[in-house]
Write a protein that binds this ligand. Structure first.
Ligand code: GLP
Length: 243
């Protein structure tokens, strides 16, 4: 695990954007794994800025998103597909047919999970997977207790996750109870994993990541086993943490 400490959110976003831009420039048909949530928004803004200023091209890039709520159509403002479209995709020259998401509205969710897992494999795996972390250590929507061998699957969201994510909805009652997420083993197959951690509300999970052994009650801890795992973390998320 490589830990990059930054003074604040902006510097974290800058370093993350630089890693992604370098990857795209080295390999114009790379497969990038994207994440939602508040943490990567600054990074996406910088990718857009770079695209406008330096014309880094995403034309042949494939993008795979980690997860999606069950029941939300891509036109729903709180769906992850909608989020990614607005925060990044509509601002760069990525080809719509190269954008992959689990479909939370599929009639047969089990089949949809299998289809999505095949998509990842058929693209030859993910070259660079961007991740955030939940306050309880979840990655994607892999909540504590998820087996490390899990592939793409349907999950019941914990009440804590629904509450934390309700800020992206009008009311907590609108937050779905289920989601489809890439599994832990699907994530671990990525060639490089880039975890972004920012803010005081992540200090506890960061402390746990750095001090606890790898165990399934802290899903993010499994990333420490990955040979190419980078964490970019700001000072607030390291509050009280001895590194
Ligand atoms: C959601 C997403 C995760 C994300 C997490 C943290 O639960 N499914 O992929 O990492 O939120 O979000 P934030 O970056 O807003 O703290």
């Amino acid at each position: 695990m490589k830990l990059i400490k930054t003074k604040d959110y902006d510097e974290m976003s800058m370093k993350a954007a630089q890693i992604i831009i370098n990857k795209v420039r080295q390999n114009e048909s790379a497969t990038l794994g994207f994440a939602t949530g508040g943490t990567p928004i600054g990074t996406y803004d910088l990718l857009i800025k770079d695209f406008k200023q330096n014309c880094t091209s995403y034309e042949q890039i494939n993008s795979i998103n980690l997860d999606e709520y069950v029941g939300l159509h891509s036109t729903h403002p709180s769906s992850y597909r909608y989020f990614m479209h607005n925060q990044l995709f509509k601002h760069i020259n990525i080809s719509p047919e190269n954008i992959y998401f689990p479909d939370g509205t599929a009639e047969d969710l089990q089949l949809e999970c299998e289809r999505f897992e095949n998509v990842i494999q058929n693209l030859g795996g993910i070259d660079l997977q961007l991740l955030g972390v939940g306050q309880n250590g979840h990655i994607g929507f892999n909540e504590p207790g998820t087996p490390f061998h899990s592939v793409t699957h349907v999950v019941e969201l914990t009440e804590n996750t629904r509450k934390v994510n309700s800020r992206f909805f009008n009311h907590i009652n609108e937050v779905p109870y289920k989601a489809i997420t890439m599994g832990i083993s699907s994530i671990l197959k990525s060639k490089h994993i880039l975890l972004l951690v920012s803010g005081e509300e992540k200090a506890e999970v960061m402390q746990r990541l750095l001090s606890e052994d790898v165990h399934d009650q802290l899903p993010v801890s499994v990333l420490k086993k990955h040979p190419h795992f980078t964490v970019i973390c700001d000072e607030k998320a390291l509050k009280g943490v001895k590194v």
